[in-house]
Design a protein around this ligand. Structure first.
Ligand code: AMP
Length: 419
């Protein structure tokens, strides 16, 4: 789906557009551009976004668009704190200006009466803290039968605060047919597993990091013959410091084949892609984050939201075709100020994708050439793990320039001598 660049292009109602304008929001934030349209179509959404990214608009605008006034409670947002629930309710009120939609916040530490009133008279939107909302459920005050959208906001904090039982209770009592949106600033295993379990065919969206360079991440591109990729990876895995390696392949089949190669070579490895069941994915992730396997092979679908600490290397075994995926993938290493490395394998037919990535990043990626693997070097000798291949920095044939100093034409000529 083409991403809408303006609120008008999203096909929102007139009243909504007016309310958005009254808020002074002229263009959607990146997370809003990614989430609103799929959500409007009823698709579940998992959003990785912190406060300040416009995440509330990202889930509230499409939720409000689906409401039938007078149809009872239809949108429920669970939030970790009273302040956040009140803020979400306030945003919902502002965004439903000019409509008859009624919004309430249901939080602890305040009188039950107005909350009872909001629940019994069928307010369409409620933002609540899980504790107080559960009190009301247990008192029989809550009718969830018309619920269309369930939102878990700041899911990581809710789990940290021990709200899992209350959340599970709401999930159990809400209609199966509901749309579910889960937003979280971070994706530790518990939240990742929860997101996989409670959403169906969700789109995973992430607030794009502001900077185009991931600070503290060393990036390198290796030009390689397609058939040499497994050997190049094996060679690199022998290098010191390659402790916890996340490898991305373009296809599920490619991921399975690579796992086979690595297993045969005695490397501890597992795979994560959409053909693997939730249990298998969670298990793979657990094994990887606990260090019992060294390599996790994943496809892009599976990587969204993966938040494992201590990934030393991310390997783009296949070049991502969408530059945004490059940014997201390399963001998996170098978390929380730790040093990280991102390595990208490029075969000659990938040069166009590499260009797009470099244009997106507004910089060139450094290249390293290992002649034994490199298509541009015409090396034919079979590399072995014991015989160290000769290493050259790109620039040979181009004087003493480093890769980043080469013009695109020079680079092309160097990487693709026959063209
Ligand atoms: P949130 O991440 O939802 O807490 O939003 C952070 C702040 O950004 C809030 O003050 C919102 O009012 C504001 N905001 C949300 N969406 C937009 C937008 N599209 N344009 C300008 N400000 C926005």
């Amino acid at each position: 789906m083409e991403e809408a660049q303006t609120f008008e292009e999203m096909g929102l109602s007139e009243a909504r557009l007016a309310a958005i304008e009254a808020q002074g929001w002229s263009i959607p934030t990146p997370i809003q551009k990614k989430a609103i349209q799929p959500a409007l179509q009823g698709t579940d959404v998992v959003g990785i976004a912190q406060t300040g990214t416009g995440k509330t608009g990202a889930f509230m605008i499409p939720s409000l668009e689906q409401i039938e006034p007078g149809g009872g409670l239809q949108v429920l947002a669970l939030c970790p704190t009273r302040e956040l629930a009140q803020q979400v309710a306030e945003d919902a009120r502002l965004l439903s200006r000019g409509t008859s939609v009624r919004v309430a916040d249901i939080v602890g530490g305040v009188n039950y009466d107005p909350q009872n009133e909001a629940l019994s008279s069928g307010y369409e939107v409620i933002a609540a803290t899980p504790g107080r909302f559960n009190d009301h459920m247990e008192r029989g005050n809550v009718d969830l039968s018309n619920l269309r959208v369930l939102i878990l906001d700041e899911a990581d904090r809710m789990l940290d605060m021990g709200f899992r039982p209350q959340i599970e209770d709401v999930l159990r009592r809400s209609p199966q047919s509901r749309q579910t949106m889960l937003f979280s600033a971070t994706m530790p295993n518990g939240v990742h597993a929860l997101a996989l379990r409670i959403t169906k065919d969700a789109v995973w969206v992430e607030a794009t990091p502001q900077g185009t360079t991931a600070e503290g991440i060393e990036e390198m591109v290796y030009t390689v013959k397609p058939g040499k990729k497994p050997e190049l990876l094996m060679y690199l895995l022998e290098r010191p410091g390659w402790n916890q390696v996340l490898v991305f392949t373009r296809t599920k089949a490619g991921a399975d084949v690579l796992r086979g190669h690595l297993e045969k070579a005695g490397v501890g490895v597992d795979v994560m892609h959409s053909d693997r069941g939730m249990k298998q994915r969670v298990r793979a992730l657990d094994r990887f984050s606990s260090g019992s396997i060294r390599v996790l092979v994943a496809t892009d679908v599976a990587q969204r939201g993966l938040d494992v600490e201590g990934i030393s290397h991310v390997v783009n075994y296949d070049v991502p075709q969408d530059p945004e995926d490059y940014v997201h993938r390399i963001g998996r290493t170098g978390r929380a100020g730790a040093a990280g490395n991102a390595v990208t394998f490029v075969v000659s037919t990938d040069l166009g994708f590499l260009r797009s990535i470099e244009m997106r990043l507004k910089r060139k990626l450094p290249r390293e050439s290992l002649p034994e693997f490199d298509y541009a070097q015409g090396g034919t000798s079979k590399a072995t793990l014991s015989g160290r291949p000769r290493r050259t920095r790109t620039g040979g044939g181009m004087g003493s320039k480093s890769a980043s100093e080469l013009s695109p034409e020079e680079l092309e000529a160097l990487l693709n001598p026959d063209s």
